[in-house]
Design a protein. Structure first.
Length: 92
């Protein structure tokens, strides 16, 4: 990565190189909700650390998810979130 240092009086311009999604999960490689680690779940677009941990806690307490729609049983995950996640997660 290149670092540009502006000269005195010049306005700094922030430029991000790359897509910024290298660490997120693609639609081609879905994450299995029944097997994924915390780190794998945190990489799913739309899930943060708290929701990822909630998914694992629910899985450990209630057993495997039978469908992606069962995510609605996880605290803080509703229908809109599930629709966004369907492209990135599976329950194979």
């Amino acid at each position: 990565a290149l670092v540009y240092v502006p000269t005195k009086g010049e306005e700094a311009v922030s430029q991000q190189t790359g897509s910024g999604t290298a660490s997120s999960i693609s639609k081609e490689k879905k994450v299995n909700l029944n097997k994924a680690s915390l780190e794998e779940l945190k990489q799913v677009k739309g899930l943060g650390g708290k929701r990822a941990q909630d998914i694992i806690d629910h899985r450990e307490a209630n057993g495997k998810f039978k469908s992606v729609d069962e995510l609605k049983k996880v605290s803080g995950i509703g229908g809109k979130t599930i629709e966004k996640l369907k492209d990135y997660v599976t329950v194979d």
